[in-house]
Design a protein around this ligand. Structure first.
Ligand code: SAH
Length: 455
C-alpha cells in the first residue's frame, strides 16, 4: 500500500519540535510523518517550510519561532552550523551533555536493553579545544581562500576563526594562506582536477606547542616550494615539521600515500598522561587532548589492572592507550591497520622506556584470529574502533579467547549497541554504567566507554 506523505514541498505549517536527531536536527511529526529541521530545538514551536519530501520522511527549514527553548543559545554565528563545524552551537553546553547521554540511552532502549548511562563528562571551556585542523584550499573570485565546506557540498565558506580549534592553529592557517597568496600558488580545482594545493593540515601539541604543517598537493612538487617552506617556518616559530603529502587522485579522501618531509622532523611530540608521544602526519591522534586524558583514565580505571594482566589494545593507533595501560599490566599487545601509526607506536614505547608492549600492523579482525590461534590468553581486551564499529569476526575471536573484561571505547553509539548485543550473545554482560565523555563539544558526536564482563 502506498501511503501519501501528509505534507508537500514548499508547504508552510506550524509544528512543535519533539526530539533532536543524532545529527543535531530538530524533529517534528505531522501525522507520524517525521520532518527534520536544522536549528530547531525540542520544545520549540515554529513555522516551517517543507524543502524536501521523501517516502518516509522530509526536510524543512525554520521560518519563524513562536516559542524558543530555554536551552537555546542566542546570537550564534550561523557559518558554524552551515559548515557543520559546530552544528550544536545553538544548544547550551549543559543541554549538549544531556543530549549525548540521552542519545546512548535511547539507542539501547530501542534495542530493548535496559542500561544505565552516566551523565556525560564535559569540558570546563568547551571551545577552542581541537589540536588539529584540516582545511580545504580553493580559489574564490580569483583569490586563494581557506575555510570549510558548506554541509553536504563542496562550496568553500572562507573562515579565519574556526571556533572549536586551538587559536594558535587558526592563526597558523592564516599565515600559510597569506604565503600561498604571496607566492601565487594555485589552489586545487575539483571540477577541472587541475591546480596544486588541495588542503592544509595543522597539528599542535597541547603541552609541547610543537606544530606540524602538512601541505596536501595534487602535484609532486609545489611551485616555489623551497622559498615557501622557508617563509612558513620563519613566520611560525612553533613549527618543527613541514610535510608534503601528494594526493594526485580525483577523490574526497584527503591524504595520498606519499609523504615527504620538507623541513624539520617527520613527527611532532606531545604528552598525554605524563607519557611522550611522537605523532606523524598520517597517524590518528585524538583531537581533544584535555578530554582524552579523562577518557583514557576512565579506560584505565575500568580495566582495573593489578600488574599481572595480559592486555590487547585493538585499534591502538600510535599506542596511546597501550602505553598508558602498560604501566599497570604485565604485557600489552597492540594492533593497527596504519603502518605509520605502528612505527610511531614502537618509537613511543622506547621513548617511554616501556618494554612490555608489542605492536603489529594488521587489520584488528585478522590479528585477533591469529592471536587466538596462537593461544594468546588476554585478561583484558580494549577496543577503540572507528565509526563503523567492530567486525563480527573480531567479536567472535575475542569471545573465544575469553578475556574477563572487554573495555569498549566507542565514537558511535549505533554501532556500540549492535556490537554489545553480539558480545551478549557470546556470554558477556554490561558492567556498570556506560560513561559518555565529551570529546567533541559543539558537535553531535558522542564518545563513551562501556565495560563488558564474562558471565
Ligand atoms: N586508540 C587510539 C586510536 C583510536 S582511532 C587512540 O585513542 O589514539 C581508531 C584507530 O583504528 C585508528 O588508528 C585507525 O588507523 C585504526 N583502524 C581502523 N580500521 C582498523 C582495522 N580494521 N584494524 C585495525 N585498526 C584499524
Amino acid at each position: 500500500m502506498k501511503i501519501k506523505a501528509p505534507v508537500s514541498k514548499n508547504e508552510q505549517l506550524d509544528v512543535s519540535i519533539m526530539d533532536l536527531t543524532y545529527q543535531g536536527m530538530g524533529v517534528a511529526k505531522v501525522d507520524d510523518f517525521p520532518l527534520f529541521i536544522e536549528n530547531a530545538l525540542p520544545g520549540e514551536e515554529l513555522t516551517i517550510q517543507v524543502t524536501k519530501v521523501a517516502k518516509n520522511y522530509g526536510f524543512a527549514r525554520a521560518i519563524a519561532w513562536k516559542s524558543e527553548s530555554p536551552d537555546r543559545v542566542k546570537d550564534v554565528d550561523k557559518t558554524y552550523r552551515q559548515t557543520g563545524i559546530a552544528s550544536l552551537q545553538h544548544l547550551t553546553y549543559p543541554a549538549q551533555l544531556k543530549f549525548k547521554q540521552h542519545q546512548i540511552a535511547e539507542l539501547f532502549s530501542k534495542a530493548h536493553q535496559d542500561v544505565e548511562v552516566a551523565p556525560t563528562l564535559g569540558m570546563e571551556n568547551p571551545t577552542q579545544y581541537r589540536n588539529k585542523a584540516q582545511v580545504p584550499v580553493r580559489m574564490i573570485k580569483g583569490q586563494l581562500e581557506t575555510g570549510f565546506y558548506r554541509q553536504h557540498s563542496h562550496d568553500l565558506i572562507p573562515l579565519t576563526d574556526f571556533y572549536i580549534q586551538d587559536p594558535a592553529i587558526d592563526a597558523a592557517i592564516i599565515k600559510v594562506r597569506d604565503l600561498l597568496r604571496q607566492f601565487e600558488i594555485p589552489a586545487y580545482n575539483e571540477i577541472s582536477d587541475k591546480g596544486v594545493l588541495r588542503n592544509i593540515m595543522v597539528r599542535r601539541g597541547y603541552y609541547s606547542h610543537e606544530m606540524m604543517i602538512v601541505l596536501i598537493s595534487r602535484t609532486q612538487k609545489i611551485p616555489s616550494q623551497a622559498q615557501l617552506v622557508d617563509q612558513i617556518h620563519k613566520a611560525l616559530p612553533e613549527v618543527t615539521s613541514i610535510v608534503l603529502n601528494v594526493n594526485a587522485k580525483k577523490t574526497n579522501v584527503i591524504m595520498g600515500n606519499v609523504t615527504r618531509v620538507l623541513y624539520g622532523k617527520p613527527t611532532i611530540e606531545d604528552t598525554l598522561m605524563g607519557l611522550t608521544f611522537a605523532i606523524s602526519a598520517r597517524s590518528f591522534y585524538q583531537v581533544n587532548p584535555q578530554q582524552t586524558e579523562k577518557l583514557y583514565q576512565m579506560a584505565i580505571d575500568k580495566a582495573g589492572l593489578t600488574g599481572e594482566e595480559t592486555v590487547i589494545d585493538a585499534y591502538c593507533g600510535i599506542g596511546t592507550i597501550s602505553l598508558a595501560l602498560a604501566k599497570h599490566a604485565k604485557q600489552v599487545y597492540g594492533v593497527d591497520i596504519v603502518p605509520e601509526a605502528i612505527e610511531d607506536a614502537k618509537v613511543n614505547a622506547q621513548k617511554n622506556h616501556l618494554t612490555n608492549v608489542d605492536f603489529f600492523v594488521d587489520k584488528a579482525e585478522d590479528q585477533m584470529i591469529q592471536w587466538q590461534a596462537a593461544g594468546v590468553k588476554p585478561d583484558i581486551v580494549v577496543v577503540d574502533p572507528p565509526r563503523k564499529g567492530l567486525a563480527e569476526t573480531l567479536i567472535e575471536s575475542t569471545a573465544k579467547m575469553g578475556p574477563k573484561k572487554v573495555v569498549y571505547v566507542s565514537c558511535n553509539p549505533a554501532t556500540l549497541v549492535r556490537d554489545v548485543q553480539h558480545f551478549q550473545d557470546l556470554g558477556y554482560v554490561i558492567d556498570g554504567p556506560i560513561q559518555p565523555v565529551d570529546q567533541f563539544p559543539q558537535t553531535p558526536h558522542v564518545e563513551s566507554v562501556t565495560v563488558l564482563v564474562k558471565k
